[in-house]
Design a protein around this ligand. Structure first.
Ligand code: LIP
Length: 263
């Protein structure tokens, strides 16, 4: 599929630039958006600009929904060909030099469905790729979600996100907090979703995630055998805006959902 090839080439070309900027991050311009922890850097902007330029040349007329540069609206025709991008997901980690868990995410959507997507974690030199019906791959090796089916043995990635969502998140995830084997909170949606796809974690939970944070990630998880729904069990609809999200290895999905909805 030519769109998948475009995505892979684009992310492979962007990764060295992002790695280099991360190594020199003390010189990167950082600005606040809606709060002191909602940040955008010159690297986010440049990654998005480079992608827009190449998309225009390769697929003129296609829509783009992306986190930066006021491009967060869905396309006018929801069935149109559309690309969905988060130029740097986990910008806070990038800025503070944490882990280093942050990534570039790009997906191709048509008819409202994600047909191809990839996530690059540049500093870790990892590329996660999926095509609808074609499986999911991590640096070329096929991925499969874990088969752990005991809550006490499960590892969950939980996002606490913005302060505004904290109360809701804490109440909803309380049973998961108390009952699951292990918890992590790395602060990058794309990295969290890919860790479920790769079988490193059994679930990823977020109270209000945006389409550019999850578009590629949900396809990668589904193609690795996992499941992604809203907290009420309903399907994620990409152009509905922010959504609650539970991604899991399938074996534990019903039990995690019950914990979230009964809280
Ligand atoms: C952020 C994610 C983070 C999530 C936030 C936000 P950004 O993306 O990385 O994990 O909790 O809701 O979406 O702003 O760094 O691209």
């Amino acid at each position: 599929m030519k769109e998948l090839a475009f995505i892979e080439n684009m992310l492979n070309d962007l990764a060295p630039f992002v790695r280099d900027q991360y190594a020199n991050r003390q010189h990167v311009d950082v600005s606040r958006k809606t709060s002191p922890t909602d940040l955008v850097t010159a690297v986010d902007i440049e990654v998005q600009r480079r992608t827009m330029e190449r998309l225009d040349a390769a697929f003129p007329g296609d829509a783009l929904m992306a986190e930066e540069l006021n491009m967060t609206d869905p396309p006018a025709d929801l069935n149109a060909r559309c690309w969905v991008m988060d130029p740097i997901d986990g910008t806070g980690n990038f800025v503070r030099g944490l882990f280093p868990m942050f990534g570039i995410s790009l997906a191709f959507v048509q008819g409202g469905k994600v047909l191809a997507g990839a996530v690059s974690l540049p500093v870790l030199d990892l590329l996660f790729v999926a095509e609808k019906g074609g499986g999911a791959f991590r640096n070329g090796a096929r991925m499969k979600v874990s088969d752990i089916d005991a809550v006490e043995a499960a590892r969950i990635e939980i996002e606490f996100s913005s302060r505004a969502l904290r109360e809701r998140t804490i109440c909803a995830v309380r049973p998961l907090f108390l009952n699951t084997g292990n918890l992590r909170a790395h602060g990058s949606a794309v990295a969290g979703l890919c860790s479920v796809a790769n079988g490193d974690m059994e679930a990823y939970v977020h109270a209000a995630l945006s389409p550019w944070d999850y578009a590629a990630g949900i396809l990668i998880i589904e193609e690795a055998g996992g499941v992604v729904t809203r907290w009420d069990g309903g399907p994620i609809r990409l152009f509905d805006g922010k959504t609650t999200l539970l991604a899991s290895n399938k074996a534990l999905h019903a039990r995690f959902l019950a914990s979230l909805t009964n809280s």
